[in-house]
Design a protein around this ligand. Structure first.
Ligand code: DAK
Length: 259
């Protein structure tokens, strides 16, 4: 289906969602959240898609939720309107395929929070991350107070949340908010290179590995280790496990079938 606020493409097993509201720095309106859910759901269900990339293009990732949408809202509007954004973010976080955020320019507020539901973040050297909600009299409400401390630690997360200040790509790298920083013109090449590397691995093992990490983070260590062991055991029922180990013993590259 066609989208008004996104551009969606599939090439070589990689599905790419590009936020496309340049006139407002890709601000995330309720329409964007709705279309994101739809696009992410379609790419999740498409067996030809092995890995997803979410980007805002080469100028800006997203300057947050649309402040014009929020400015006149009452508490109940937010309580109810929260659902499309929560649905989109939870859906993306739980897609059983790797999701890479490719970030150029600003990733602020809900834009920064969108990168946090991706598995891996690649930043252009011009990227800037921040949670400026506090400067608007609110707090990060799309997972920022929960996912950011889990990713980068409580102290730095609180500094970012309390100050609303932005950090540049190098600082984001140093605190573990992004996995890699590349020259801006190399951003999509690097994201695609990593996507192809992920796509060359067995799809079932990738799915299980993502689930083991994500679900494990919601459990205590003992329960997480048990869950990991269940995922690990189950993989011995796949053809990919037989093929991967046989290929190693025969000193050749494995040909994974994703089953
Ligand atoms: N919303 C709407 N329009 C925005 C926008 C935004 N977030 N950010 C920028 N724009 C618009 C500007 O109004 C301007 O439009 P015109 O004036 O040309 O009509 C155009 O984009 C260009 O922006 P600037 O002229 O401001 O550009 P500059 O380069 O001077 O500044 C900037 C760039 C990114 C520093 C600045 O635009 C800025 O501070 N933007 C706002 C950043 C911000 O505060 N973001 C956080 C928003 S709060 C939830 C779901 C989501 C959220 C919360 C809950 N539920 C689950 C309940 C998320 C909340 C947020 O993200």
């Amino acid at each position: 289906m066609g989208f008004e606020t996104l551009v969606v493409s599939v090439e070589d097993g990689i599905g790419t969602i590009t936020l496309n509201r340049p006139e407002v720095l890709n601000a995330l309106s309720s329409q964007v959240f709705g279309e994101l859910s739809q696009a992410a759901g379609e790419l999740a269900d498409d067996d030809s898609v092995r890995v997803l990339i979410i980007t805002g293009g080469d100028k800006v990732f997203a300057a947050g939720a649309d402040i014009r949408d929020m400015a006149k809202a009452e508490a109940m509007d937010i309580a109810l309107a929260g659902r499309p954004s929560q649905k989109a973010f939870q859906l993306i976080e739980n897609i059983p395929k790797p999701v890479i955020a490719a970030v150029a320019g600003y990733a602020l507020g809900g834009g920064c929070e969108l990168t946090l539901v991706c598995d891996v973040r690649i930043a252009a050297d011009n990227a800037k991350f921040g949670l400026p909600e506090i400067t608007l009299g609110i707090l990060p409400g799309a997972g920022g107070t929960q996912r950011l401390p889990r990713l980068i630690g409580v102290g730095k997360a609180k500094e970012m949340i309390f100050s609303g200040d932005f950090i540049d790509a190098e600082e984001a790298l140093s605190v573990g908010l992004v996995n890699k920083v590349v020259p801006a013109e190399e951003l999509m090449n690097e994201a695609k290179r990593l996507a192809k590397r992920f796509a060359s691995r067995g799809a079932v093992a990738l799915r299980m590995a993502k689930s083991a990490v994500n679900e494990g983070l919601r459990m205590d260590l003992a329960a997480g280790l048990q869950y990991e062991h269940k995922c690990f055991s189950l993989l011995f029922a796949t053809q990919d496990q037989k093929e991967g180990m046989q290929a190693f013993l025969e000193k050749r590259k494995p040909k994974f079938q994703g089953k």
